[in-house]
Design a protein around this ligand. Structure first.
Ligand code: CO8
Length: 260
């Protein structure tokens, strides 16, 4: 695998741990997404791999979401390539036959939240400084229908409606309350708790669990799979608009100012 992700596969337990290690904030760039998809494909093909834990090697951040620099000042062709990679990541994770557990050991806005929601179970660090949610509207952009669908499938229609319009980023306690995450543990217990949880899930016969997972998720997956090209075209048309580019530019400025 690449240096941006490290995959440790434990043959004896059948569980792999994917460490995202793309400094500073594990933003999901085209390159990063491509590496993640290749790694996932390999694990998926390995019949001895039954479970996958996804976590971050970066302190304080699980993933900052899509890399804004892949959407800002880029050609329509680049934006299209980028969006295809985002779709691919979502399709692979959401449709994975493996048991997937997100060990959310830091902030997880936008695409980071999406990535965690594709997993079967989410454990988050109980640190009020961290937040998780789909904050797209705060950037002046709109979460695509399949981001919305994933959230509806996770927390229900009402919570999603409010979360998406307001671009809400939830504290761990709030996220637990609406069911956006399943469990909170102390910061340094996130990974060990993920491993313990995995043991419970591994006790269920794979075949029955996989068919059940597919039954729950297939309609949502099919919706994007049947409309990938139109979704790419929509994205490119939207993201390359002057007004949207301006919003993204202002948001990037805000990120830099906040730091200073
Ligand atoms: N993309 C690119 N660069 C980023 C991103 C990002 N998503 N997030 C942070 N960075 C950069 C910062 O600008 C900063 O750069 P520099 O060092 O050059 O100033 C560097 O990473 C470090 O960031 P911070 O100093 O802010 O790090 P902190 O540890 O203080 O905070 C956070 C970490 C909380 C993750 C914070 O960086 C943050 O809030 N980032 C923005 C997160 C965000 O809003 N992401 C939204 C991305 S959009 C998305 O995922 C879905 C888009 C759907 C598109 C639909 C269109 C149709």
């Amino acid at each position: 695998t690449s240096q941006k992700i490290k995959v440790d596969f434990d043959q004896s337990s059948g569980v792999a741990v994917m460490h995202m290690q793309s400094p500073p904030v594990n933003s999901l760039s085209l390159e990063f997404l491509t590496d993640v998809c290749i790694a996932l494909e390999k694990l998926e093909m390995d019949k001895s791999c039954r479970g996958l834990v996804v976590t971050s090697s970066q302190p304080k951040v699980f993933s900052a979401g899509l890399d804004i620099l892949d959407m800002y000042g880029k050609s329509p062709e680049h934006c299209a390539e980028f969006w295809k990679a985002v779709q691919e990541m979502w399709l692979k994770f959401y449709g994975s036959n493996m048991i997937t557990i997100a060990a959310v050991n830091g902030s997880s806005p936008a695409g980071g939240c999406l990535l965690s929601m594709t997993c079967d179970y989410r454990i988050m660090a109980d640190n009020p400084r961290y937040s998780i949610g789909l904050n797209e509207t705060k950037l002046g952009i709109v979460a695509p229908f399949w981001f919305k669908d994933t959230m509806v499938n996770t927390v229900g229609h009402r919570a999603t409606e409010m979360a998406l319009q307001l671009g809400l980023l939830y504290s761990p306690a709030e996220a637990l309350k609406i069911g956006l995450v399943d469990q909170l543990v102390h910061e340094d217990q996130v990974l060990t708790t993920a491993t313990e949880t995995m043991t419970k899930w591994l006790a269920i016969p794979d075949h029955a669990r996989q068919l059940t997972k597919s039954m729950m998720r297939k309609p949502t997956i099919d919706k994007l799979a049947a409309n990938r090209e139109a979704d790419v075209n929509n994205f490119v048309k939207f993201i390359t608009k002057d007004s949207i580019q301006k919003s993204l530019g202002m948001y990037l400025e805000m990120l830099k100012r906040r730091k200073a």
